[in-house]
Design a protein around this ligand. Structure first.
Ligand SMILES: Nc1ncnc2c1ncn2[C@@H]1O[C@H](COP(=O)(O)OP(=O)(O)OP(=O)(O)O)[C@@H](O)[C@H]1O
Ligand SMILES: [Mg+2]
Length: 261
């Protein structure tokens, strides 16, 4: 049975998309069947996996608005490197859903209902959320088993985190009783600065959540890879970024939360 992980943090630029793409690709590299879902109208996950987001006839938006079945917008194995990784793509059309969904029946459950029919085909479904706590993120968390929270190693790391955890708990109470916080992962760690280390220590001392041992380093290869439409393990397999996301994939596979699912 697939495990659905929403990668969420309403803070912008903390590494949600980088984590979604590369965790998905490293899980697939380890032989898992993976579906990556782009729930951000910016479409960065879509283009980062080599898909031209502007020429797509159908995206997840069309599936969410009921025009098509989910299979009609799914892009199967776009990477052609033997990775069992498929994508539900998005582009700016999805911004409309934020407004239009309000009038739909049971608007918070639309993604959950769409994924129901495909969940059993995958080991992992990774959802890249937008930097907001609106309808698209609520749909993602309602569909998910767990939420993975990337935290950037910078001074304001803890800002907004209590609001995020409050929202997750609210969704757990009202919409998705079995939702759990998968854990927190530090991103963009710079070993040359004391600040990164201080941030990690500070968050560890102030946050009552599971924190992944793996810390994703700041690595320029991670920033370059999306412009080639490749995840890090295919762009530069020996980089520190690739090693980081492989380690994270191992930890995610072994996360004891999943013993319950
Ligand atoms: N570990 C890293 N090392 C170097 N650059 C990184 C790393 N992680 C992310 N970046 C870069 O930082 C920027 C923000 O990352 P990313 O797009 O993953 O964040 P995000 O949380 O998805 O942003 P948004 O909130 O806009 O969706 C991108 O340019 C990305 O390439
Ligand atoms: Mg993003």
């Amino acid at each position: 049975m697939g495990r659905i992980i929403a990668v969420a943090n309403q803070k912008g630029g903390v590494g949600k998309t980088t984590t979604s793409i590369n965790l998905a690709a490293c899980l697939a590299e380890k032989g898992k069947k993976v579906l990556a879902v782009d729930m951000d109208p910016q479409g960065n996950l879509t283009s980062g996996l080599g898909i031209d987001k502007n020429t797509l006839e159908y995206t997840i938006y069309h599936a969410m608005s009921g025009e098509i079945n989910i299979g009609e917008c799914m892009i199967v194995h776009p990477l052609e490197h033997g990775l069992d990784l498929s994508v539900l793509p998005a582009n700016r059309d999805l911004a409309g859903a934020e407004v239009e969904l309000v009038d739909a029946e049971d608007p918070q459950h639309i993604l959950k209902n769409l994924l129901k029919s495909v969940k059993k085909k995958y080991d992992f479904i990774i959802i890249d959320c937008p930097p907001a706590l609106g309808m698209l993120t609520i749909n993602s968390m309602t569909a998910a088993d767990t939420v993975l929270v990337p935290i950037q190693c910078e001074f304001f790391a803890l800002d907004g985190l209590s609001q995020l955890i409050y929202t997750i708990n609210l969704i757990k109470k009202k919409l998705n009783k079995s939702l759990e916080i998968e854990g927190v992962v530090f991103t963009m760690y710079d070993a040359r600065t004391n600040l990164s280390l201080e941030v990690v220590e500070n968050v560890k001392n102030n946050l009552d959540q599971f924190i992944y041992k793996t810390i994703i380093p700041r690595n320029v290869r991670l920033a370059e890879a999306p412009s080639f439409g490749l995840p890090i393990n295919l762009y530069d397999s020996r980089s520190s970024g690739a090693q980081g996301y492989r380690d994270l994939a191992d930890e995610v596979i072994n996360n004891k939360l999943y013993a319950k699912l």
